[in-house]
Design a binder for this molecule. Structure first.
Ligand code: UDP
Ligand code: MG
Length: 331
């Protein structure tokens, strides 16, 4: 049976809530009237998730699961799920029911009108603590301001994409992808639906500050040259300041025959310039190691299990996508 709709869900240590998720999915997908599948991508969970997923897949023909060989973050997990999906269109959403599966019908209608990407944009959110709200706003503001693309002003982490997008994505995503931005960057007709992001139905967030900062730097470095340009400007500013100060010393020496006191001004100069140079090296490093990663061209992920219920059982998943890869359909 040809699948029309695939639903891809990254799952990391969500064992306690998966049954609830499965119930809600079955209820809402069952009413859509199209053939559907759900691909649960276990991002190398260390709780009961693997067993629960196994059970779910054994009991429901519509559900399949993959397990990544290491914790790779939800963007990579979603990429893996998309690359192993069979639908003519695919939705990706979180496992914690913050994104309501009931919205998929609305997205499907837009997809039928010819839109290739349908973003579910948060019109409001119940989940969020102040610090996260500030962080999230700053993130999307900076991206829209300095990035070389436009993203929904408050971001999106729930969307439907056409098969065409999945194919192009497999070819074009870099080594440290910010999936949503890569999709936005692809272009094609895009539409939005809005929803209220609910509070988490179970468990706690799986994104710590370290992961968020990494995601932020990935997004920024991939889509903006502003930090590099800022380095050049800063360098110019400091040279100009240095030049002015040198002129001042020279003039004071010639006109006023007044020597400038040395130690304090020297230390300030050394510390400030030393600090700025280190920051610049750090920024360069952010770009450099990603360039290195890109040059290495390694697969984005490895599947832990290549058999049975694992979605790699699909014949030639990577050939269908035209990526010609050997492992897990990655680039
Ligand atoms: N997730 C994942 N790998 C990770 C972190 C999170 O697959 O390393 C999944 C998680 O299980 C959930 C989704 O990504 O399905 C979104 O994560 P979460 O709800 O914790 O993020 P938040 O809603 O707090 O931004
Ligand atoms: Mg969540």
């Amino acid at each position: 049976m040809a699948v029309t709709l695939s639903v891809v869900i990254p799952v990391y240590n969500e064992g306690e809530g998966i049954q609830l998720l499965v119930k809600r999915l079955k209820e809402s997908l069952g009413t859509l009237g199209v053939p559907w599948e759900v691909i649960l991508v276990d991002d190398h969970s260390i709780d009961s998730t693997p067993e629960v997923l196994q059970q779910v897949c054994a009991e429901n023909a519509h559900f399949r699961s993959l397990r990544l060989s290491r914790n790779s973050g939800s963007h990579i997990a979603i990429l893996a799920g998309l690359e192993h999906s069979q639908g003519d269109c695919a939705v990706f959403m979180a496992a914690d029911l913050q994104d309501p599966p009931e919205l998929i019908g609305e997205m499907l209608a837009l997809w039928r009108q010819g839109y290739k990407t349908i973003w579910a944009v948060r019109a409001g959110r119940e989940d969020i603590v102040l610090i996260d709200r500030v962080f999230s706003h700053a993130f999307y503001w900076l991206l829209n301001r300095f990035g070389e693309l436009t993203v929904p002003p408050d971001g999106a982490d729930f969307a439907m994409v056409d098969r065409r997008i999945i194919q192009e994505l497999s070819q074009s995503v870099g080594a440290n992808p910010s999936l949503f931005l890569e999709i936005a960057k692809l272009g094609f007709p895009q539409a939005t639906v809005s929803y209220i992001k609910e509070a988490r139905k179970f468990g706690s967030t799986k994104w710590n500050m370290r992961k968020k900062l990494k995601a932020f730097a990935d997004a920024f470095v991939s889509f903006s040259y502003a930090p590099m340009r800022a380095m050049s400007y800063l360098g110019l500013t400091f040279s100009a300041l240095g030049f002015l100060y040198a002129s001042y010393i020279f003039i004071m020496h010639i006109l006023a025959k007044q020597p400038i006191m040395g130690y304090a001004s020297l230390m300030v100069g050394i510390l400030v310039i030393g600090g700025v140079q280190m920051i610049m090296l750090g920024v360069l490093g952010e770009y450099l190691w990603r360039t290195l990663d890109e040059a290495r061209d390694r697969p984005h992920y490895f599947l832990e299990d290549l058999s049975e219920n694992s979605a790699t059982a699909i014949p030639n998943a990577s050939a269908v996508l035209g990526t010609g890869s050997t492992e897990g359909g990655a680039k």
